[in-house]
Design a protein around this ligand. Structure first.
Ligand SMILES: [Mg+2]
Length: 362
C-alpha cells in the first residue's frame, strides 16, 4: 500500500536567541534544531529535534541507512531498526533525539502520502491543545519578565511559567513581580534542578505564598527520592513536575514508579518521537497521572491530540520564535490553545529553505 522510503537526510540550523537567556542551571544565546526530511512516493515528511548539530551527522552517516528501503507505512519497524542501530552508540541523549526526529518525519510522511492531517492517524481525544506560555528567563530584566508573561495572559493564556534558581537574592522579587503582572492567571516556576532538597522545601513555602501552583524540577530530575519528598511535603495545590530529560520509556516508568511527580513531562523530540510519546502517554494512563508536553509546539500539538490524560503543552518562547522563522505553517496559540490545522496534510509544516540557509551548521 505504501511506497518504500527512498531517502532520509538531516540538516541542522543554529538560530541566535533574541537576547541572552538563562535558567537555574544553564545559560545560552542560540538554539539548534536538527531537521529530518524523509522522501517516498513523491512526498517529503518533516521531523525535527532540538539538540547538538552532531545528531545530523549521526543520522546521515548511520541511522538513515537502516530506515531507507523500508515501507513508508511501517513506522514501528523503522523505529525498532533505529533503536537497534543505536544500541552501542548510547541510546539516551543524542541517539534518542535523532530517533525522535526520524520518527516524527515518518509520521508526517505517512500522513502526507494518505493526504490527511497527522492528527487523523492518532487517537482523537481533542481538536485543540491547552498551552501555557513559557519563558521568564533569569537573565530578563523585571520589565521584560513582566511584559512577556502579561503578554501571554493578554493573548488568552491562563497559565504562564518563569525560571528561578539562579540568584536566590532576586528570585522572590522576580516571582512577586510576575504574580502582580499576570493577575489571576496560574503562575508556574521551573528551577531546572538548581536546588538541594532542603533549599527546595524552603522555596516551596515561599512560592506558595505567591500563589505558585506548579513547581518543576525543584531538585535534580535524577533525584527521584528528592522529587518524592517535595511532592509529599509541598503545600497543597502545588504540583511537582519533571520528565523533560526522558529519552526512553524505562526512564518514565522509574519516575512514575517512584511516585516522584504529580504531573509527568515528556518531550516528543527526545522521548522517541510520536511513537515514544504515545507509549509514555499509556504509562501515564496506567498510573492515573497527567502528561504535559514539553516544548516543540508545532509537533507537540499534533502528538498531544492523541493523549488521554493530557494536562497541557509548553508554549516555549525560543521554540515558538524559531519555528515561525524556519517553517511555513508553524502554529500560534489562539485563546490559550494550539489548533492543528485539519486542512494541511501531515504536520502542515514546510521548511523555509532560503531563510533557513543562513543558519545552517550541518
Ligand atoms: Mg523545564
Amino acid at each position: 500500500m505504501f511506497p518504500t522510503i527512498e531517502r532520509l537526510t538531516a540538516s541542522a540550523y543554529t538560530v541566535p536567541t533574541d537576547e541572552p537567556e538563562s535558567d537555574g542551571t544553564l545559560a545560552w544565546d542560540s538554539t539548534t534544531i536538527v531537521v529530518v526530511e524523509a522522501r517516498a512516493g513523491g512526498q517529503t515528511g518533516l521531523g525535527y529535534t532540538y539538540t547538538h548539530p552532531s545528531a545530523a551527522g549521526l543520522i546521515n552517516s548511520t541511522l538513515a541507512d537502516v530506515v531507507t528501503g523500508l515501507g513508508a507505512g511501517d513506522i514501528g519497524a523503522a523505529w525498532q531498526a533505529v533503536v537497534h542501530a543505536a544500541r552501542n552508540l548510547g541510546r539516551p541523549g543524542l541517539a534518542s533525539a535523532a530517533l525522535s526526529a526520524i520518527d516524527v518525519a515518518l509520521w508526517d510522511l505517512k500522513a502526507r502520502l494518505l493526504g490527511v492531517p497527522l492528527t487523523a492517524l492518532l487517537p482523537a481525544f481533542r481538536e485543540s491543545v491547552p498551552v501555557y506560555g513559557s519563558g521568564g528567563f533569569t537573565s530578563y530584566s523585571l520589565p521584560t519578565l513582566e511584559r512577556q508573561l502579561a503578554g501571554w495572559v493578554a493573548d488568552g493564556m491562563t497559565q504562564v511559567k518563569m525560571k528561578v534558581g539562579r540568584d536566590p537574592d532576586q528570585d522572590e522579587d522576580r516571582v512577586r513581580a510576575a504574580r502582580a503582572a499576570i493577575g489571576d492567571a496560574d503562575l508556574f516556576v521551573d528551577a531546572n534542578g538548581a536546588w538541594s532538597r532542603k533549599q527546595a522545601l524552603r522555596w516551596a513555602d515561599v512560592l506558595a505564598a505567591c500563589g505558585v501552583t506548579w513547581l518543576e524540577e525543584p531538585v535534580s530530575s535524577d533525584d527521584l527520592d528528592g522529587l518524592r519528598l517535595l511532592r509529599d511535603r509541598a503545600p497543597a495545590g502545588m504540583d511537582v513536575a519533571a520528565g523533560e530529560y526522558g529519552y526512553d520509556l524505562m526512564y518514565f516508568r522509574r519516575m512514575l514508579d517512584a511516585g516522584a511527580v504529580d504531573c509527568l513531562q515528556a518531550d516528543v523530540t527526545r522521548c522517541g518521537g510520536i511513537t515514544g510519546f504515545l507509549a509514555v502517554a499509556a504509562l501515564c494512563d496506567a498510573h492515573t497521572i497527567d502528561l504535559s508536553a514539553h516544548t516543540a509546539p508545532s509537533v507537540s500539538a499534533h502528538a498531544s491530540t492523541g493523549v488521554w490524560h493530557l494536562r497541557h503543552l509548553e508554549y516555549f518562547h525560543d521554540h515558538v520564535r524559531l519555528e515561525h522563522m524556519l517553517f511555513d505553517g508553524a502554529l500560534s496559540a489562539r485563546d490559550g490553545h494550539l489548533h492543528p490545522d485539519p486542512s494541511r496534510p501531515g504536520l502542515g509544516l514546510q521548511l523555509k529553505t532560503t531563510q533557513a540557509e543562513q543558519f545552517r551548521v550541518a
